[in-house]
Design a protein around this ligand. Structure first.
Ligand SMILES: [Mg+2]
Length: 345
């Protein structure tokens, strides 16, 4: 590569500049995959699958004449899914642990002031999330601000949880506990917590190149719950895990905003064998396209790596400047951990 080409590359401030960290291809792939899936789905969300273009026409820029959602939002702009995921990651990196007050404060800052939103424009807020943030503003603690009825199981806490798995170096049990807790500010029902935990374990399985990450995560979660006491909510969590599993057997994934459907729709999409086809398959379920695609594409990004994401999509993503310092923080965090682990071994 000539010096001019190198300088040109350095000057190109977009997500492809993360190619400079090939040792973190899976972790960066996960984070950027989530963002990329979210951005891809934004224009198509709320449409039924029958109203969507064919797979080859699903792209960051929707085909001409398509009645796109959020028509005033430029293509390549992420929505609530990525903003909240970045809020979680920024909080974990700043605090060095899950600090629910800090995290909830960032969610509030996002909804009210566009913190970690591209152009500071907030255009896609879930009903349960908005209600919960209003409760935070009324002085309710983040442990209790999220809805706790069965109807409060939208995918709002699962769509953002992936950074927890990317950041975490604790035991599987500690990861499960933190995945649960990060759900509370907006989604307090145990079903949402179980899906967040299961999804984080699946992500950990992909990070470790496990041959069957979904099966491994399922068994792991069951055995973790089994060891908990009744005070930990063991019985309720085990019952919810049974409901989550049952959906997979009895229902067809259809990309709705129901957290359990989102998880299994993402798993179905992950049967595809490239990042691009996973992301498109997620959008093609219709309905909550951006969140389904965020959840599946985060995993696909881990599986196929940053290099597996179409380069043209990385160029089309907006908001690199918004995410850059947080991504750099994640790179430092992961490299420091590796260095420490090497010294110890
Ligand atoms: Mg969204």
């Amino acid at each position: 590569m000539s010096m001019t080409e190198k300088l040109k590359m350095l000057d190109r401030r977009d997500f492809t500049s993360l190619y400079a960290y090939p040792d973190l291809d899976k972790e960066l792939g996960g984070l950027v995959g989530l963002i990329c899936g979210d951005c891809l789905g934004v224009a198509f969300e709320f449409h039924s699958p029958n109203d969507l273009p064919h797979a080859e026409m699903i792209d960051m820029v929707p085909p001409a004449g398509f009645n796109r959602s959020h028509a005033d939002v430029p293509p390549g702009t992420w929505s609530d899914d990525s903003s909240q995921a970045l809020c979680l990651l920024a909080s974990l990196l700043d605090r060095g642990k899950l600090d629910l007050d800090d995290f909830a404060g960032r969610l509030w800052n996002w909804m009210e002031f566009g913190y970690l939103a591209v152009d500071r424009q907030v255009f896609d807020v879930g009903i349960q999330t908005e209600r919960a943030i209003r409760r935070l503003q009324d002085g309710i603690s983040p442990e209790r601000s999220g809805g706790v009825t069965e109807m409060d199981n939208g995918n709002g806490s699962a769509m953002r949880v992936l950074p927890m798995a990317l950041w975490h170096h604790g035991s599987d049990e500690e990861l499960v506990r933190d995945a649960h807790r990060q759900s509370l500010p907006t989604h307090g029902h145990p079903r949402s917590q179980v899906v967040c935990a299961l999804y984080c374990l699946v992500a950990r399985g992909y990070l470790a190149n496990h041959p069957s990450p979904w099966e491994w995560a399922d068994h792991r979660l069951e055995s973790i719950y089994r060891e908990w006491s009744a005070n930990d909510g063991r019985d309720a969590l085990a019952a919810e895990l049974a409901i989550v599993r049952d959906f997979r057997i009895r229902s067809k994934p259809n990309g709705s905003g129901y957290v359990v459907d989102t998880l299994w729709s993402a798993k179905k999409a992950m049967e595809s064998d490239t990042f691009e086809s996973v992301a498109k398959a997620s959008v093609l379920f219709g309905n909550d396209c951006d969140s389904t695609a965020a959840v599946s594409s985060g995993l696909a990004g881990i599986r196929f790596g940053l290099r597996g994401i179409p380069e043209v999509w990385l160029h089309q993503l907006r908001g690199f400047d918004v995410a850059e310092s947080i991504v750099e923080g994640m790179i430092d965090h992961l490299r420091n951990h590796r260095r420490t682990a090497e010294i110890r071994s």
